[in-house]
Design a protein around this ligand. Structure first.
Ligand SMILES: [Zn+2]
Length: 89
C-alpha cells in the first residue's frame, strides 16, 4: 500500500493530543537524547528567567524542552528530548 493511501491530515491527531494534554505533565517521563536518562518532568531542572521556561536534563544539562507563552498561545520547542511519555506505566 502506498504511503499516501495511509495518510490523513493532522486533524486525526486531535483526539489523542486532547487525551495527553489534560493530564498531570509533571509525572510524565521524559528521555534525554543527550545522555539517555529517563526522569519525571518534575525532577528535571527548569529555568524560568529566560523568555519562557527552559527545561534542562538534571544529569547532563541538555535542553529538553522550551515552552513560551503569549497572550493567546503556548509554543513547545522540542530540544534534546528523545520522547515524552504520559500516563501510568
Ligand atoms: Zn541528559
Amino acid at each position: 500500500m502506498e504511503s499516501q493511501a495511509m495518510r490523513v491530515d493532522g486533524n486525526a491527531m486531535a483526539g489523542i493530543l486532547g487525551e495527553v494534554f489534560v493530564q498531570d505533565m509533571t509525572a510524565a517521563r521524559i528521555r534525554c537524547g543527550g545522555c539517555g536518562k529517563v526522569e519525571p518532568v518534575g525532577a528535571e531542572h527548569a529555568y524560568t528567567q529566560a523568555p519562557g521556561i527552559v527545561m534542562r536534563c538534571c544529569h547532563c544539562d541538555s535542553v529538553l524542552l522550551v515552552v513560551t507563552r503569549t497572550a493567546t498561545t503556548h509554543r513547545f520547542a522540542i530540544g534534546e528530548a528523545a520522547w515524552l511519555e504520559v500516563g501510568e506505566t
